[in-house]
Design a protein around this ligand. Sequence first.
Ligand code: SAH
Ligand code: SF4
Ligand code: F3S
Length: 448
Amino acid sequence: MARKYLIETYGCQMNVHDSERMAGLLEQAGFEATDTDDDADLVVINTCSVRERAEEKLYTRLGDIKGLASRTGRAPMVAVTGCVAQQEGGQILAKSKLVDIVLGTQRVKMLPVLVAQATTADEPLVDIATPYDEPTFPLGLTRREDPVKGYVTIIEGCNDYCTYCVVPYTRGHERMRARAEIVREVEELAASGRREIQLLGQIVNHYQAPDDPACDFAGLLAAVHDVPGIERIRFASPHPRHCSDRFIETLQRLPKVCRHLHLPVQSGSSRILKAMRRRHTREDYLALVDKLRAALPGIQLSTDMIVGFPGETVQDFDATLTLTEAVRFHSMFSFKYSPRPNTLAARRLADDVTEEEKTRRIMVLQARQKAIQAELHAAAMGRTVDVLVDTSSRRRPWELAGRTSGNTVVNFPGDAAWLGRFVPVTIERTGAFGVWGQPAGPAQERPC
Ligand code: SAH
Ligand code: SF4
Ligand code: F3S
């Protein structure tokens, strides 16, 4: 009987995609997927370290597995991968006796080898070396669950060292993937029926092709835009300071590029942005938003925001609120500042905003943002929008959901066979986190 694996993923899309890669590798090695601990022979916990709360999830999960093992007398092999594995290495073994393998972010390809070795090894295995400079991965091996959308990594690592951020330490230096290889992977996704691709990189618009000096991010967008069958292109996350005129003109020119930008700002206060080493000011950001909206009418913006960064005063936080009001984001991920190992902020700056005050600020910000989202959605009432169907409810297959080009979530009744097709939907009800409507025409292979 085939051995079974379970992969649990925390963190960003890059981790989700690494899990898809690990699933492909394990299946090639003869494993079969399962979705419960009960019959898993191997549990892979693909971790995130971006905030302390994310890191804690690893230990909570290990506690669960320990509980299961003592109840049933059956302990699966446990591999810890991802950003906490890279950051903590062998120290994880001191915190849990359950772990058999610790695998770093640049060693994904080694997973099957380590699993084979761990079966007979006396000691747990740790491999967090960072020898790969080039993020190539065998084409076709990735096991992608989503039949509609495909992630494609174009850059790994980051050299920006924003003072709060652990990512440069867990993902390493910025490495760019070859243009030819990216285009081949996108072609493969199109051939397998995927309609949407999402290009991934810590600073995705910093792309510069190692195999083509003339190809920057705008050039790469144009190249993947030419792939027949791909109808929508998204990317995450662009950095405000790399949104050049050429980049904006490219978005204007290429209709398959979705009318949504996730543009992390982090704070509305230039003083705090400087302390974060974001390399953009409040004014730069607001000017960029104006420019984007003038060039691309109707473009929807989302962002990431941190509250309670060291030294953030009530006035600084007010600046975050006024920026939020001024931009009117369609959505926002907001976080309480959390000091992370190795980062400049954790080493040099006191975490001096109290937990209660961080909580107060995030609640005020989230309430304001929620009201803005609800207003923006309400303004779309009665409109007919073009939706790429990406979800059909498991228990009620006629309940469909999808997204507009601007990334609004649209729920509507239909047929599960419409998955991966475009449906015009007239909006009849709206809320803060999505809208509801009725189909206004037939499902189509291409945007309506
Ligand atoms: N590469 C992206 C962000 C990656 S991390 C960019 O440059 O914008 C995702 C988000 O987590 C960040 O945008 C930030 O808002 C949040 N974040 C990162 N480190 C954090 C920390 N120490 N405390 C709280 N939030 C943090
Ligand atoms: Fe982290 Fe800044 Fe790099 Fe984004 S740009 S991954 S926030 S260091
Ligand atoms: Fe988390 Fe690592 Fe992504 S820290 S956000 S999983 S790059």
